[in-house]
Ligand binder design. Structure first.
Ligand code: AMP
Length: 173
């Protein structure tokens, strides 16, 4: 099983990803976690990535393509994987496609966790506002991209953790 999770910031994507990876026994690859680990190790990628993350911007595509290309070549991904937070741009999706094709694999489903009205932050948190803008501009176009490939499964993200989880399991079974 190879899955992609897409959703705006704050929709509970990471929580669901952790539950679903257990259900299917596949590895959960969160690019946010991978980047935070690089930051905590103060690697050159981590130092560079922090500047973007702190502002709510995306880390440049070539860095992500590089790190995910290496990660997806590791043995623990053979049984399948759940990508949480990757791809986040069209160039990343194209890069992933060429990797997948080269490996003779396919993506089974793209889970889109959706909320009708995204609450705007009133606390003036500029980073959160920026992250939402970036999502709408750079990540939301992926929904069309994967719709054309007939891979999108839309999930109503407005319920509680368990009800969202049950919906995801249902569409994947
Ligand atoms: P997340 O934990 O998935 O919300 O990711 C935290 C931050 O890491 C994001 O706001 C981005 O700055 C960065 N990031 C995570 N995944 C990606 C990606 N696929 N492309 C670019 N930046 C990313």
């Amino acid at each position: 099983m190879r899955l992609i999770f897409i959703g705006p910031p704050g929709v509970g994507k990471g929580t669901q990803a952790k539950l679903i990876k257990q259900y299917f026994g596949i590895v959960h690859l969160s690019t946010g976690d991978i980047l935070r680990e690089e930051i905590s190790q103060a690697t050159s990628l981590g130092i560079k990535a922090k500047k973007y993350i702190d502002k709510g911007h995306l880390v440049p595509d070539d860095e992500l393509l590089n790190i995910m290309g290496k990660r997806l070549n590791q043995d623990d991904t053979k049984k399948g994987y759940l990508l949480d937070g990757y791809p986040r741009t069209i160039p990343q999706a194209e890069g992933l496609d060429s990797f997948i094709n080269k490996m003779n694999q396919k993506i089974d489903s793209v889970i889109s966790i959706e909320l009708e009205l995204l609450q705007r932050s009133d606390d003036g948190n500029q980073v959160i506002i920026k992250r939402l803008e970036v999502y709408n501009k750079q990540t939301a176009p992926l929904l069309k991209y994967y719709q054309k490939k007939d891979l999108i499964k839309r999930i109503d993200g407005s319920g509680n953790i368990d009800s969202v989880y049950q919906q995801i399991v249902k569409v994947l079974e």
